[in-house]
Design a protein around this ligand. Structure first.
Ligand code: HEC
Length: 293
């Protein structure tokens, strides 16, 4: 029924509109991937995006912290310790400094954040930084009073200067706000609150299928029906259905975490094929002689 419509015979403005539409959907999808990475990469308290990040968000998981980080040393926990321990909100920033930076800051805080050690690198660890080095390299960007994203909790007056007294406000023993994690260092992460799942589900469900329908529809309109085309056409919409339902099903069974991953890959691949296919149909040079079908 669609075979009489030829994307290639659209007038130039129509081709322009469709081409820009395809370009924006493609680029928008790449931005969505970037956003996904930044939102979820640290969800399990470790760097990088893995299935455990999905687990923490959609299913919930228990992480074993290194025992050393749990304040078992007898020194009352500091606010900084609770932020940088595994599962803490600042852990991902500290992780960027590498394992030596993590060990240095943890050890310093456990020993009570003494000012004697503030400038001292661990003599046993080759190439270890001092606590000050770690704070300057991993934290000061945001935690400075002048231009930081977290200027209300500064570790120094500006981007280049760290002030030990300011750091002590958060590093001093006993400044923690929450209780120490019970049972050593184990910590329960996620799943995300239901209210948030309702929010992201409705936003995604009411928007992504709309442009998916348009792209897949255009793809079907393209010249020459073929079996391949009929197989690829419904894939993105099917992947979305699997993806959205798995967000909810994953709360009960973590099998669906894998469905989320597979659905994401299928969606990305089939949508990319369709975007390119539609683009090719619009700009194809084949003349109306082969409209015959
Ligand atoms: C990208 C910016 C950024 C970086 C880098 C960063 N932080 Fe933070 N920090 C924040 C934000 C934002 C908050 C508020 C978080 C919240 O409460 O949800 C915060 C909160 C904190 C708090 C709690 C402050 C309070 O008022 O109780 C501490 C302590 C902390 N960060 C320590 C660190 C340490 C240590 C580092 C380096 C390893 C670091 N941060 C790196 C942005 C950053």
């Amino acid at each position: 029924m669609f075979t009489n419509v030829r994307l290639a015979s659209l007038p130039a403005p129509g081709k322009l509109i469709l081409t820009l539409f395809l370009a924006m959907i493609g680029a928008g999808y790449l931005f969505a991937l970037g956003n996904l990475y930044h939102q979820h990469a640290g969800a399990d308290g470790r760097d990088g995006l893995t299935i455990d990040d999905l687990r923490a968000v959609f299913h919930g998981m228990t992480v074993e912290g290194e025992p050393a980080a749990a304040g078992v040393s007898g020194v009352p926990r500091s606010r900084m310790m609770e932020m940088i321990e595994p599962g803490g909100k600042m852990r991902k920033h500290l992780n960027k400094g590498g394992p030596l930076a993590v060990r240095t800051l943890e050890a310093w805080l456990q020993r009570g954040a003494s000012s004697d050690d503030w400038l001292r690198a661990d003599p046993v660890e080759q190439g270890a930084p001092s606590p000050q080095d770690v704070i300057v390299a991993q934290c000061l960007d945001c935690h400075n009073a002048e231009s930081g994203e977290k200027a209300d909790a500064p570790f120094g007056p500006d981007l280049f200067t760290v002030d030990p007294a300011m750091v002590q406000v958060f590093a001093a023993p006993g400044t923690a706000k929450g209780p120490a994690p019970v049972g050593g260092a184990a910590k329960r992460l996620g799943p995300q609150p239901l209210a948030h799942l309702f929010l992201v589900t409705h936003i995604h469900m009411l928007s992504i299928p709309v442009f998916t329908l348009i792209v897949s529809g255009l793809f079907l309109l393209g010249d020459r029906r073929s079996t391949l085309r009929s197989v690829v056409a419904p894939l993105p919409m099917m992947a979305l259905a699997c993806d959205f339902s798995s967000w909810w099903l994953a709360r009960t069974s973590d099998v669906f975490l894998h469905v989320i991953v597979i659905a994401g890959v299928v969606f990305a691949a089939s949508l990319a094929i369709q975007l390119l296919g539609v683009f090719a149909s619009i700009w194809s040079r084949r003349q109306s002689s082969d409209v015959a079908s």
